[in-house]
Design a binder for this molecule. Structure first.
Ligand code: SF4
Length: 320
């Protein structure tokens, strides 16, 4: 939930997109079905989030899995405010001039993690191109506060590209998150129209650099499909991620937040997702999640347990 009433208005939330023509998505196919957010667990999660004035990407991005995740008290915290300095064509997070960082935010997130009793937490952020370090230190403070209050909780971060600011990735990786996730979002050909403020090879390098700081950190990245990419291009992204030693790839269907956002070019069938999963496994990823409702942080806790077990098994296998 946004805490700024102005940001409830889509025109104020996405001022840069108002010049776009309306391109409403067609009817969602039968295979995209989500659970209504009505359970007791959902309400308990929402109460903790509200009381601590926390921001979640679950709400800001309008994630279709919120009913399922919040029922299980799994929320993904979004730090550094609710306003992003970028204006990606797919994203529902508000764009504009952000407020100053809240120095109490790392502690508040840590209290939220503790209250929810999370075994594994995902922390993401808006892009903060206005900050000298892109927000790297704020990530570190948040990781450290979570570890202080919940030493048994594993921490996954989903970072922006820090606008390629010198030393930012290394600063964050040295805080040793258990999983370092950074999404490529789409294939390189579509960057100018989907992710115009970013560069594909900078994002790839970020993942490689995080792994280089500490090879025991799991690295993870995701793309959305249904934006106009070809199967060959998806295969190329997989190869590029493997070349950067990325462990885990997530692939999910793009859903359009408002008619002013990038149109859905197609709804990828479950059979095609299964094909992507086979392709990625054959290319050597430790783990793959490729389904219409796959999102970076969906089932992140369960996936972390599996990742750890798969790595252990591979290390113990004489063939590897
Ligand atoms: S998939 Fe991630 S962003 Fe979506 S509701 Fe679940 S935790 Fe939140």
């Amino acid at each position: 939930m946004t805490y700024n009433p102005d940001l409830l208005d889509p025109a104020k939330r996405h001022p840069e997109k108002q010049k776009n023509p309306d391109r409403p998505a067609g009817k969602k196919p039968d295979w995209i079905r989500v659970k209504a957010p009505t359970s007791k667990g959902y309400e308990e999660t929402r109460d903790i989030v509200r009381k601590l004035h926390l921001t979640t990407v679950c709400e800001e991005a309008g994630c279709p899995n919120i009913g399922e995740c919040w029922q299980k008290k799994h929320a993904t915290f979004m730090i550094m405010g609710e306003v992003c300095t970028r204006a990606c064509a797919f994203c529902n997070v508000a764009t504009g001039k952000p407020d100053a960082l809240n120095p109490f935010e790392p502690a508040k997130v840590a209290i939220g993690v503790q209250k929810m009793g999370l075994k594994h937490v995902v922390v993401t952020s808006v892009d903060r191109d206005d900050l000298a370090d892109g927000g790297a230190e704020h990530f570190v403070k948040t990781i450290n506060e979570i570890r202080r209050l919940s030493p048994e909780t594993t921490v996954e971060i989903l970072t922006p590209d820090f606008k390629n600011k010198a030393g930012a990735v290394e600063t964050v990786a040295r805080a040793r998150p258990d999983v370092f996730n950074h999404n490529l979002e789409t294939v390189p050909r579509l960057y100018p129209s989907v992710r115009p403020g970013a560069r594909y090879f900078i994002s790839l390098k970020l993942l490689q650099d995080a792994k280089a700081v500490d090879p025991s950190i799991f690295t993870k990245s995701g793309i959305m499909v249904g934006l106009g990419e070809t199967k060959e291009e998806v295969g190329q992204v997989m190869d590029d991620l493997r070349a950067a030693d990325v462990d885990f790839i997530t692939i999910g269907q793009y859903l359009q937040p408002t008619p002013k956002h990038h149109p859905v070019m197609d709804f990828v069938t479950p059979e095609q997702f299964a094909e992507y999963e086979r392709m990625a496994k054959n290319k050597g990823f430790l783990m793959v999640s490729a389904t219409p409702l796959t999102r970076s942080s969906h089932h992140a806790g369960e996936d972390f347990v599996k990742l750890t077990a798969i790595r252990k098994a591979r290390l113990n296998s004489p063939a590897k």
